[in-house]
Design a protein around this ligand. Structure first.
Ligand code: HEM
Length: 225
């Protein structure tokens, strides 16, 4: 890494240690993360025609897309902080993970309200009989323990190693999420394929870092958070 890029990442890291800068940045992340939901809600309330011929499908697809995007963004934080040497990026991982969970809940809520009109028997039948719904549901259920243990207090309570073991579940969640998308697509799998490729790259990065750590080349991943 060149001196200039080294000092740049150092400066970025120092800036992230500054409380005021971090609060402003977090506010921007909040605004950016809530934008898709705000845009969608605005359309639902004021311009339903913009949702196309099948509004329920548009709403479901949009919220599903954002759930998956936030999930992959969360997983990208560790590689990003190692590649850029900006350790402070870790401060955004929990926030992004919680947004993934939030969008997942909104997605489920939209499915219950707009796709199944709150008919519990239909929802249960879907979860049991339609494989893409089964895996989507499993992904969301597996996100619950991750969201519940995302606090600093939970890390202390569980201990670093156990917390890390539990949070490896996020990879299972991501695989199920991509599978969910793949299975629901009838013909053109380009989009799920792109998500699958990103996930594969994130996996590959993790595996390579682990192998390097074992063979004593580089430090692998920083522990816990
Ligand atoms: C981590 C959890 C989940 C993720 C990441 C996720 C992601 C997605 C994605 C990416 C899509 C397709 C968007 C597109 O076509 O552009 C989608 C569609 C859909 N999802 Fe999910 N989903 C999750 C959980 C669930 C759950 C829990 C349910 C219902 C119980 C569900 C039901 C659906 C339905 C019905 C569709 C639309 C299918 C269609 O267009 O015919 N998803 N989801």
């Amino acid at each position: 890494m060149s001196t200039s890029s080294f000092s740049l990442s150092q400066r970025a890291d120092e800036a992230l240690r500054d409380n005021r800068f971090r609060i402003i940045l977090k506010l921007l992340v909040w605004l950016a993360a809530l934008y898709p939901l705000t845009a969608l809600s605005t359309k639902i309330l004021f311009d339903p025609l913009a949702l196309g011929a099948n509004p329920a499908e548009t709403i479901l697809r949009s919220t599903g897309d954002w759930t998956l995007r936030f999930l992959l963004l969360t997983l990208a934080i560790t590689p990003l902080r190692r590649i850029t040497s900006i350790g402070g990026l870790i401060r955004f991982r929990r926030l992004l993970g919680l947004f993934a969970f939030f969008y997942g809940l909104v997605h489920l809520g939209c499915y219950i309200a707009f796709d199944r009109y709150f008919v519990l028997s239909e929802i249960t039948a879907d979860i049991i009989k339609r494989p893409f719904i089964t895996v989507g549901f499993a992904a969301l259920v597996l996100m619950i323990p991750l969201a519940l243990t995302s606090t600093r207090a939970a890390v202390m309570r569980l201990g670093g190693a156990r917390w890390q073991d539990l949070h490896r579940l996020v990879y299972v969640v991501a695989i199920l999420a991509v599978l969910h998308f793949w299975w629901l697509v009838k013909r053109d799998v380009t989009e799920p394929l792109i998500y699958a490729a990103i996930l594969a790259a994130l996996f590959a990065y993790r595996i390579i870092a682990r192998v390097k750590k074992r063979s004593g080349r580089g430090s692998g991943f920083p522990s816990v958070r």
